[in-house]
Design a protein around this ligand. Structure first.
Ligand code: BMP
Length: 263
């Protein structure tokens, strides 16, 4: 049976990677395929929103380098929220350099991403070395990697042969590459499984002023067969009650998945 008609929990056995197994189990147990893209720039806002939205998400997606007052205490508190609300952490670092460099960017510097992020991502652009470099530091800690096979922004060059090459790269590193950033299910074979996460999801807007393009949760999960919706400003935009909006996206994402299972 293709993963498209399987329950999240039934797919755990398709993965050897610890982060992938934990994520699929968590989605099944918590009944949410919503990931929050928490793009705010102060520690106070970051922790406040994470605490309010935590109950409704499977994955908290960070851009740790946009925080103006980043410190180790932020990471300690983020880990506490991770345990309190039962979610995993995805640092959307979009690595894009040679293997030797990304290895250090992943594990050293100020952020030491590999120490706290269950999942991170990379552009396949530099070739297989980028995956090998990240794998050297991440795999033994049980981390997982997503490849950016497509992007949600207008005019993205990640299409066609590039997307196909990203799929082939993932196949060569199945122990560490757990899936893709893409707008749709990319592989529908019965015998291989990758987790697809889709950004560019919104219920109220179709675009922002800077090239972002939005689809609805139903279009992404039910029509396109993706697994996780990534939502940012749709949840914490101006005048929004973040917990109410998070529940709205959680319900929309989960109902679209249930609709897919029964069709
Ligand atoms: P928003 O829902 O506010 O548009 O945020 C989308 C988030 O997903 C941002 O953090 C952005 O960096 C990320 N993202 C994206 O929008 N498109 C992509 O193709 C890949 C991304 O990581």
């Amino acid at each position: 049976m293709s993963s498209i008609s399987k329950k999240y929990g039934e797919r755990v056995e398709n993965f050897s990677n610890k982060a992938a197994r934990e994520l699929l189990s968590l989605i099944e147990r918590k009944k949410t395929n919503l990931s929050l893209a928490l793009d705010v720039t102060t520690k106070r806002e970051f922790l406040e929103i994470a605490d309010k939205v935590g109950p409704y998400i499977c994955l908290l997606k960070t851009h740790i380098d946009i925080l103006v007052d980043f410190d180790q205490d932020l990471i300690d508190q983020l880990k506490e929220l991770r345990a309190k609300h039962d979610f995993l952490i995805f640092e959307d670092r979009k690595f894009a350099d040679i293997g030797n460099t990304v290895k250090y960017q992943y594990s050293k510097g100020i952020y030491k991403i590999v120490e706290w992020a269950d999942i991170t991502n990379a552009h396949p652009l530099p070739g297989d070395g980028i995956v090998s470099g990240l794998k050297e530091v991440g795999l033994s800690l049980g981390r997982g990697l997503l490849l950016l096979a497509e992007m949600s922004s207008k005019g993205s060059l990640a299409t066609g042969a590039y997307t196909e090459a990203a799929i082939e790269m993932a196949r060569r590193h199945k122990d560490f590459v757990i899936g893709f950033i893409a707008g749709r299910k990319l592989i529908c074979n019965d015998d291989e499984d990758f987790i697809v996460m889709s950004p560019g999801v919104g219920l109220d807007a179709s675009k922002d002023g800077l090239g972002q393009q939005y689809k609805t949760p139903r279009s992404v999960i039910f029509e396109n067969g993706s697994d996780i919706i990534i939502v940012g400003r749709g949840i914490y935009g101006k005048d929004k009650d973040v917990a109410t909006e998070a529940q709205r996206y959680r319900d929309a994402g989960w109902n679209a998945y249930l609709e897919r299972l029964t069709n």
